[in-house]
Design a protein around this ligand. Sequence first.
Ligand SMILES: Cc1cc2nc3c(=O)[nH]c(=O)nc-3n(C[C@H](O)[C@H](O)[C@H](O)COP(=O)(O)O)c2cc1C
Length: 290
Amino acid sequence: MRYYWELWGRRFDSPIILASGTAGFGLELMEQNNLHGAAAVVSKATTLKPTPGNPPPRIVETKFGLLNSIGLANPGVDEIVKTILPEADSLPIPLIVNVAGETVEEFPAVIEKLERSPVPFGYEVNVSCPNVAAGGMVFGASPSTVEEIARLVNSVTSRPFSVKLTPNEGSITEAAQAAETGGADSVTVCNTFLGMKMNWRTGRAPLKRKVGGYSSPALLPLTVARVYKTCEAVDIPVLASGGVSCPEDVLELLAAGAVMVQVGTWLMRRPDAAGELREGVVRLLESDSQ
Ligand SMILES: Cc1cc2nc3c(=O)[nH]c(=O)nc-3n(C[C@H](O)[C@H](O)[C@H](O)COP(=O)(O)O)c2cc1C
């Protein structure tokens, strides 16, 4: 029996998408032959201007997960369109470009530039980053801002896009409804959870920015709950992101209503994660149907 999953009108033989920030633009994983089993890859964040990201240290391991404060490190959209996307044209799977901005207007500005390239399959609009113009509040905390960003993005592209929501501020279901009203084709639920580690001996936080995004297999139930509630609140598809480390986790998120499931941090531990997860999912579905 063959199994299929669908995203934005296209059929895939895998439900696995590689999450933003953990797979670059997919090129290194392609060289290592690690893209098999993935339906698509989401790029690292793309911003209007080149962004160095946060000062190091920007990753720290904790007992049960990872804290990162990479920031939106990337060479900027012009360089990405000029040098990275032409290379990414050779990827065996579609590329979804993750987009971030410091102001509402930067989102459509970045996407207008990406539109010059034939490579992106679609976009993931990261409203989980801080809105510099509004004093650092996360865009996703305000449903009216999420709706405005989705409308602006919708006005500059006919490619599909997903709005990636934050679990940290505001109501995720209201933000999802706002994205839907603004014309988003899907929502991604969700980004990392705010976390912090303290060195009790020195009284200092090991991350330079002190607070970072926490990811861990232990967060899976938090993602399952948010995916389930978001699916009840909107009619557009929901992509799950957060806490996946085995095939059962993927099936749980699909059972909660997700159309596809992203894997991020686990990929850093198991570069072949997409293939392993896909095979495991198919094996479980086959054994269940006997
Ligand atoms: C090192 C690192 C960098 C990330 N960079 C981005 C990013 O640039 N844009 C974004 O939307 N999410 C980013 N994320 C969040 C992931 O895409 C994903 O949503 C999150 O880690 C939860 O999934 P996981 O538990 O499978 O890692 C990053 C995560 C990690 C660990």
